[in-house]
Design a binder for this molecule. Structure first.
Ligand SMILES: Nc1ncnc2c1ncn2[C@@H]1O[C@H](COP(=O)(O)OP(=O)(O)OP(=O)(O)O)[C@@H](O)[C@H]1O
Length: 238
């Protein structure tokens, strides 16, 4: 579960400040996929940065699984992000020299205690399971240059789930893909969100995706408005 309450974020702009997010609230339950769309510069990426606790808002709170990020020290917040937040970006940001399987294991090296007995074995099992879940078991030994754009995005999604995050933050997952492959990636995200019980926030310019999500919201000039409402997800903007 993630809850954003009355988030306001500003940036310096010459002698004044520009408001990137203006009193935005959003609640996403585990197992739900909430879409956010809106014009360029409306604040979508800023909202994702705040939701992932990478950026601290001027006002408002971010609560993940009942833990309020603003009440934490910087290392504690980094730990919250490391253990509970998964990130999927438009570009896959995969490491060119590693195979698909290794991309997932690298994530594990960063997120588990390597001294723990059995940790490596468990990580290898987890990586294999996730690659199977995204339909890439047979491509586990391929490097990014040997994979298609859609396949790279699948590796990216599998990697983001490696540490069992409760929140999945997804920024423009289909923008580099044709319509058919984009649809497949959205289907995959919806399925994995349900299976792994993540609270998923998905930013997209593609309006066609929105009706398939749990709910959708429009961001304009930093303000968030629900496009539709659902019992499991609510949002408000003022
Ligand atoms: N680091 C920054 N410093 C100053 N202003 C910023 C910064 N990041 C974002 N902004 C401003 O905040 C506003 C929101 O930007 P943001 O990138 O969140 O929009 P967006 O909806 O994600 O846009 P796009 O769809 O083009 O990616 C814009 O006016 C932008 O110029």
């Amino acid at each position: 579960m993630i809850d954003l309450a009355h988030i306001t974020l500003t940036f310096p702009d010459g002698t004044s400040r520009v408001t990137a997010i203006d009193d935005a609230s959003l609640h996403v339950e585990a197992g739900s996929t909430v879409g956010i769309t809106g014009p360029s510069g409306s604040g979508k990426s800023s909202l994702l940065a705040v939701a992932s606790t990478l950026t601290t808002p001027d006002r408002g709170t971010v609560t993940i699984d009942g833990i309020e990020a603003s009440g934490l020290s910087l290392p504690e917040r980094a730990e919250l992000r490391r253990t509970r937040v998964g990130l999927v970006f438009q570009q896959s940001n995969l490491l060119s020299s590693l195979t698909a399987f290794e991309q997932l294991l690298v994530m594990n090296e960063l997120t588990t205690d390597r001294r723990r007995r059995g940790a490596r074995h468990a990580a290898r099992n987890r990586a294999a399971e996730l690659l199977e879940a995204v339909g890439l078991s047979r491509d586990a030994g391929k490097r990014p240059s040997q994979l298609s754009g859609g396949q790279r995005q699948r590796v990216n999604i599998a990697r983001a789930l490696m540490h069992r995050p409760s929140v999945l933050i997804v920024d423009e997952p289909t923008s580099a893909l044709d319509q058919e492959r984009g649809t497949q990636i959205v289907d995959l995200l919806l399925r994995l969100t349900a299976e792994h019980d993540t609270a998923t926030i998905l930013v997209t310019h593609d309006q066609r995706i929105l009706p398939r999500l749990t709910s959708a919201h429009m961001m304009i000039d930093g303000r968030l408005r629900p496009l539709e409402q659902d019992a499991s997800v609510s949002a408000s903007g003022r």
